[in-house]
Design a protein around this ligand. Structure first.
Ligand code: ZN
Length: 145
């Protein structure tokens, strides 16, 4: 990974073979990023997407063993179980120009990934929520509308 700081954001470039989600999470940990947002484009392969079944409270997982365009990846950074956690959703363009998408568990950068990470000043944690079965953002430190 190479990166530069641009105003309040970082521009990261991942190289072929690097983990997409893992590299972002490692970067957030190394830079002590307490929370933030990210977006990315580039190319990814061997990625695993999830579709969350609300009633069953579990993900259907599907692996894509193909080189795809990162049409868009968007996500946020917070902490889960005391460790930095990246929550990322991916829209991936396939060779037939169709697009698949969902919750991104992990993938391998195939050509490059250009990722903008914008840190936020307040730490955000994720807490397990019984209703959804998900680790939701705990914004109890904020205000209520
Ligand atoms: Zn998700």
């Amino acid at each position: 990974m190479k990166y530069i700081k641009q105003a309040e954001s970082y521009m990261l470039r991942l190289d072929p073979g690097e983990l997409f989600v893992g590299s972002i999470t490692d970067f957030a940990a190394a830079k002590n990023i307490m929370s933030g947002e990210l977006r990315a484009l580039g190319a990814i392969k061997d990625f695993e997407l999830g579709y969350y079944l609300i009633k069953e409270k579990e993900y259907v997982r599907k692996k894509f063993e193909v080189n795809a365009e990162i049409v868009n990846a968007i996500g946020n950074l917070a902490f889960r179980d005391g460790k930095p956690f990246s929550h990322i959703h991916l829209a991936a363009g396939l060779p037939d120009f169709s697009v698949v998408g969902g919750h991104l568990f992990e993938g391998i950068v195939s050509a490059t990934a250009e990722i903008t990470v914008t840190p936020w000043p307040t730490k955000m944690d994720r807490k397990f929520d019984d209703n959804t079965g998900l680790f939701l953002l705990d914004l109890s430190c904020g205000e209520t509308a």
